[in-house]
Design a protein around this ligand. Structure first.
Ligand code: NMX
Ligand code: MLT
Length: 437
């Protein structure tokens, strides 16, 4: 057994005991009241999940196991001192709760490079059977499901396994899956956008660097951007659609592939991960409609108001939890200012940032008028030549695997049962508040 699995046992077993005792001894303790409004607006603020990998503060943004993104940029091991942290280190942190050494990160990099080689040929056959113009998220998710033939969990479960060991084949599946996602994502990218001109992986490279390499980008800055992108999209506590869907499906003891696939179906929604592609459509339509590559703030204001008047959302703005500018937006803007300060798309993103929050606030209903992670990620990728917008949500998904699949391992360590909230019909809610039609 390798040292990471050893560590998981050391940390996980006492925590599982704590969960058991909390359930048994404090199971009846009331922690919160739930309002009708919360139920009818997507369960916002209802505390009902156990997730330790990261926590989202509405004012501050995300902390991964207590660390902000700027702190991770300081503390996690890097490929180059002046570069971005390796996402392998964030995976280790989310999994164990401890900061990794460079050796830990190298160990994970090597594991993922080895495991990436093992994708069975039928997975590529399945992708190739889809039309090339099928959205990359359809291709990505189909490949994830096709890989589930490899599930160690299923085999171990059928062979008979003690509940307390569920985490082990889950961990093996998660490691295989994360290792293989960059190969799948870049295969789809090269299939759809680069004439099936595939690029072999370079086992000497790190996980995110390899993704850039296999997509066809050798530039050092693109590799740095990819490491940053993979870092910041990895996790957003447990209640976002992709994390919650992965957890829910996983609670039926569905294997990591089925569970992650559920999460990716959610990520493909325009209110979640697909917003990064839609931001670029919104920007391009604005430039076309205005007929100027360099619109004024007043022109942007008018265009944004038209979007709202047509009953549409402004993609990249708003959030279900955040009430300030997303730190994931800020860190990408800082990256852009460091490396490509004159990029026209980034300047446009800043102009939009100057205008849109005020317009959204003036509606009186938008709870958070500030930009989220998606308001800039596509413009940054585009500025480096990755202009094929439909691949953006796939890249988000590759990164999101790190968080939601670590959460799944912890679900198994904690021994969490099947999730099954109670639903009621409309008459029940009406009777609760004596509502008469
Ligand atoms: N543009 C226009 N209207 C908005 C926006 C926006 N960006 N954000 C919220 N609203 C509206 C929302 O549609 C709702 O309208 P109505 O009452 O008519 O149904 C009202 O404001 C209240 O919504 P909130 O409570 O502020 O937001 P909610 O928690 O329901 O939704 C989002 C959160 C993120 C789904 C929403 O802000 C949105 O649709 N944003 C645009 C899409 C987007 O950028 N999604 C990506 C989120 C991050 N991610 O990667 O997942
Ligand atoms: C995410 O990264 O999952 C999004 O910001 C959505 C969320 O947190 O609800």
């Amino acid at each position: 057994m390798d040292h990471i699995k050893q560590k998981i046992i050391e940390i996980g077993r006492p925590k599982a005991e704590t969960v058991k005792k909390l359930t048994k001894e404090y199971g009846d303790k009331v922690i919160q009241e739930v309002t009708v409004g919360q139920v009818l607006t997507g369960m916002k603020g209802v505390v009902s999940l156990l997730t330790c990998t990261s926590k989202l503060d509405p004012e501050e943004g995300i902390r991964f196991r207590g660390y902000t993104i700027p702190q991770l940029q300081e503390l996690l091991p890097k490929m180059h001192q002046d570069g971005e942290p390796l996402p392998e280190g964030l995976f280790y942190l989310m999994l164990t709760g401890e900061l990794p050494t460079k050796d830990d990160v190298n160990f994970i990099s090597n594991q993922w490079a080895q495991r990436a080689m093992g994708i069975p040929p039928h997975v590529f056959d399945v992708i190739n059977a889809l039309p090339k113009d099928a959205h990359p998220m359809i291709q990505f998710n189909t490949a994830i499901l096709a890989m589930s033939t490899e599930s160690q969990f299923r085999k171990a479960y059928l062979a008979g396994m003690d509940k307390k060991d569920y985490w082990d084949p889950t961990y093996e599946g998660v490691m295989d899956l994360i290792a293989r996602l960059p190969v799948i994502a870049s295969y789809i990218y090269r299939r759809v956008f680069h004439n099936e001109n595939y690029i072999e992986m370079d086992p000497s490279l790190d996980w995110a660097g390899n993704l850039a390499h296999m997509m066809g980008y050798e530039d050092v800055e693109v590799k740095r951007l990819m490491r940053l992108y993979m870092l910041i999209h990895a996790d957003h506590e447990g209640g976002n659609v992709s994390a919650h869907a992965t957890h829910l499906v996983g609670s039926a003891l569905s294997n990591p592939y089925y569970s992650f696939s559920a999460g990716m179906n959610g990520l493909a929604g325009p209110l979640h991960g697909m917003a990064n592609q839609n931001v670029m459509h919104w920007i391009n339509k604005m430039l076309r409609d205005i007929g100027d590559e360099n619109p004024s703030e007043e022109q942007i204001r008018q265009y944004a108001e038209t979007t709202l008047s047509q009953g549409q959302v402004i993609p990249g703005y708003g959030h279900a939890v955040l009430r300030k500018t997303d730190p994931r937006f800020t860190v990408q803007l800082e990256f852009a200012k460091k490396y490509i300060p004159d990029a026209p798309l980034i300047q446009l993103v800043e102009k939009i940032y100057n205008v849109v929050p005020e317009i959204l606030s003036s509606t009186g209903k938008v709870k958070n008028p500030w930009p989220n992670v998606d308001a800039i990620s596509g413009s940054l990728l585009s500025s480096y030549g990755i202009t094929e917008y439909p691949i953006y949500t796939v890249l988000f998904g590759v990164s999101r695997a790190l968080g939601v699949l670590t959460q799944l391992i912890w679900d198994r360590l904690y021994g969490l049962p099947i999730e099954r909230p109670k639903s009621q019909n409309l008459a029940w809610y009406m009777s609760k508040v004596n509502y008469q039609e």
